[in-house]
Write a protein that binds this ligand. Sequence first.
Ligand code: HEM
Ligand code: ISQ
Length: 154
Amino acid sequence: KVYSKESVALVKQSWELLKVDAQANAVAFFKEVFEIAPAAKGFFSFMQDTSIPFEDNPKVKFHALQVFKLTGDAAAQLGEKGAYELLQSRLHSLAAKHLSKGVQDAHFEVVKEALLRTIAAGLPDLWSPALKQAWADAYDALATTLKNEMHAQA
Ligand code: HEM
Ligand code: ISQ
């Protein structure tokens, strides 16, 4: 798949802005996942602690930030190195982790929708069909890479 310069520029520019408030956007990302699919909470070890609101749980913040940054950095580098190269050092263990948790291909669609909603909410003034498409394509590249590695290990 070829990414136009325009798409790469859109993702980069918006990612720089989202990163300013990465922590808040990352937690919002998590929130969107559980709003779309409440049952997804069962997947996450750190979501089993219900004694504190999940947005106050430091483990949630840590994980959300990790995922958010990986997704954004990979997306922003698509034009240069490709998301694949950025992921490569962690791809094997990341796929193994997701496999062991029982994550399936269909779940990636939930995360995609949640990511797009997070960006729309985080950058309302910048949001446009072109920005949405650029992020959707970037996420798809990342998700496909991870899914392929999961299939290879299954
Ligand atoms: C863990 C990224 C999709 C569920 C993780 C971790 C990262 C990550 C960086 C932390 C790994 C570690 O502990 O070393 C991503 C990315 C995705 C993606 C970039 C999409 C491109 C999904 C999907 C699900 C999912 C679709 C479905 C529910 C999980 C679970 C864990 C995890 C259950 C382990 C959490 C725990 O420690 O309890 N993911 N993920 N991920 N991910 Fe994902
Ligand atoms: C994917 N994997 C782990 C954690 C996540 C949090 C929010 C959205 C997607 C995720």
